[in-house]
Design a protein around this ligand. Structure first.
Ligand SMILES: *Cc1c(COP(=O)(O)O)cnc(C)c1O
Length: 232
């Protein structure tokens, strides 16, 4: 418990510092705890410390944790690739889907979200560095996808989710994030409800905050190194 508490405090401090250095209010940046591969009891420990938002990439694993932690008031974000056969469970059990890169998936989520539920919060995933291997739409496709998504009643467009190419140099990291922020501002100009720029992970958290991130998605720095032996 103390280890998890130390990590949690450390990240909150890092967010605070990065915000202050850029002249931003620390509470304008939300922390999403990325909990893929970690068991439900680890998430529970973090929830006790005050963390309410969790991000998951793998549906089956996520559904088990959502059920195991149903007694807590948590907010669940789906951040992994979404195929058609996953939309029903995502629409039923999640509060956010951040990895939308096709209208077909958005339409299915809209159809499968029930009237009793609050709208599903949506981020469009952007492939900001135009990498061949990466999912996400290219920057020049964001506005047209947004225009389609805002027509759907059971979805609420909240912003962009960005995963830049791997760069260790801070200036290079910031250049990608800056382009993402510019795109975010264009989107916000068209759709005032847009308030979320989800960018920044363990390795590039401060660069993302310096360039206007409103939500950092942190896994390794919060939970430790993931065991990837069972998964690619
Ligand atoms: C795994 C993952 C993260 C967290 O990455 P860390 O480097 O462990 O902080 C953030 N965003 C997405 C989309 C991920 O898949």
């Amino acid at each position: 418990m103390t280890e998890i508490k130390n990590r949690f405090n450390f990240i909150q401090q890092a967010i605070h510092e990065a915000a202050k250095q850029s002249g931003r209010a620390p509470d304008s940046i939300r922390l999403l705890a990325v909990s893929k591969t970690w068991p439900a009891d680890k998430l529970r420990q973090m929830a006790v410390l005050g963390q309410a938002c969790f991000g998951e990439n793998y549906l089956q694993e996520a559904l088990e944790k959502i059920e195991a932690l149903a007694d807590l008031e948590l907010e669940w974000h789906f951040i992994g690739p979404i195929q058609s056969n996953k939309t029903r469970d995502i629409a039923a059990h999640f509060d956010w889907a951040q990895s939308i890169d096709r209208f077909k998936i958005a339409r299915r989520l809209d159809q499968q979200r029930t009237d009793e539920q609050a709208p599903l919060n949506i981020c469009i995933q952007v492939n900001i560095d135009n990498e061949d291997s990466k999912s996400g739409v290219n920057a020049d496709e964001v506005l047209s996808l947004a225009e389609q998504i805002v027509q759907l009643d059971k979805l609420q467009l909240r912003g962009l989710m960005v995963i830049p190419s791997r760069q260790t140099d801070e200036a290079a990291q910031r250049a990608s994030f800056r382009r993402a922020h510019h795109l975010f501002q264009q989107l916000q100009h068209q759709y005032p409800q847009v308030d979320t720029l989800s960018m920044g992970m363990t390795a590039d958290l401060s660069a993302a905050i310096a360039e206007g991130s409103t939500m950092v998605r942190i896994g390794t720095a919060l939970f430790g190194q993931r065991d990837t032996s069972q998964r690619q």
